[in-house]
Design a binder for this molecule. Structure first.
Ligand SMILES: Nc1ncnc2c1ncn2[C@@H]1O[C@H](COP(=O)(O)OP(=O)(O)O)[C@@H](O)[C@H]1O
Ligand SMILES: [Mg+2]
Length: 245
């Protein structure tokens, strides 16, 4: 597969997804340019995780389609070029930090590459805990291991579902600096959050509620169009205008 296919890194077209009677995604469409960071913002239950899983091809939409790097999902060849940090930690608790990162690297098709694993672990500031079993780490440390697992194979498109929850402020700054460097290398990031405080670090934001994209744009554009001072106020403004639940 040529990972440089496609104008956009991610395209979502009119996606609907139900879970029983819950209409989790309601005809949602969006496009994400290569080399940018897109912030997916909305309260709990808005549909952020469902959207990420549909984009990754892990769950099938009821209708609509998604493309990643120009390939219609699901596509197993694209998986080697994508990284996904899940909202809930999904690691092997009895394996060490090193072994977990190695496992994800191998799953993504990377040959055993000690240096790549060590770099990913260093990025999340856990080099000193490389040989600790994951069950012995704090929750925040486990989230950092998940981030290392999502990045170790140097994916072109990275989905990070609430990546900074439980991560201390200093390390958050380091994470965002690294995300910026990845953008400069052409990597596309999708970062979901239910808090607005990091939104201004994203190139573009999508406000999502009840499975609908309420508004989209840079933080400055969203503030200007809403005529508000904070993104929280702007979100409420667009939510009032948006379709009812
Ligand atoms: N596997 C599932 N089974 C049933 N309902 C689900 C499932 N996943 C998500 N939902 C429902 O879909 C809606 C959107 O959930 P989710 O995508 O997790 O939102 P968010 O990540 O924004 O908090 C919620 O009402 C949630 O309960
Ligand atoms: Mg979620």
């Amino acid at each position: 597969m040529n990972p440089m296919n496609g104008r956009c890194a991610v395209e979502v077209q009119a996606v609907h997804k139900h879970f029983g009677r819950v209409h989790a995604l309601r005809g949602l469409s969006l496009q994400i340019e290569r080399g940018t960071t897109y912030g997916l913002l909305g309260p709990n239950g808005a549909g952020k995780t469902t959207l990420i899983r549909v984009i990754m091809g892990l769950i099938a939409p009821d209708s609509g389609e998604t493309h990643v790097l120009g390939h219609r999902m699901p596509d197993k060849d694209v998986m080697a070029h994508t990284g996904y940090m899940t909202q809930r930690v999904a690691l092997y608790e009895d394996l060490t930090v090193y072994q977990n990162v190695q496992f994800f690297a191998v799953m993504a098709g990377l040959a055993h590459d000690r240096r790549a694993i060590e770099e990913a672990v260093a990025l999340v500031d856990l080099s000193a805990r490389m040989d600790s079993r994951v069950r012995e780490l704090s929750g925040g440390m486990q989230r950092r291991v998940s981030l290392a697992c999502a990045l170790v194979h140097r994916p072109q498109v990275v989905m990070l579902d609430e990546p900074t929850v439980g991560v201390d402020p200093q390390l958050r700054v380091q994470f965002w600096d690294h995300f910026r460097r990845l953008n400069q290398e052409g990597v596309t990031l999708i970062v979901s959050s239910h808090v607005m405080d990091e939104a201004e670090r994203c190139d573009r934001l999508g406000f999502i509620r009840h499975g609908v994209l309420l508004a989209e744009g840079s933080a400055a554009e969203l503030l200007q169009r809403a005529g508000t001072e904070t993104l929280e106020q702007a979100f409420l403004h667009y939510a009032e205008q948006g379709p009812a639940a």
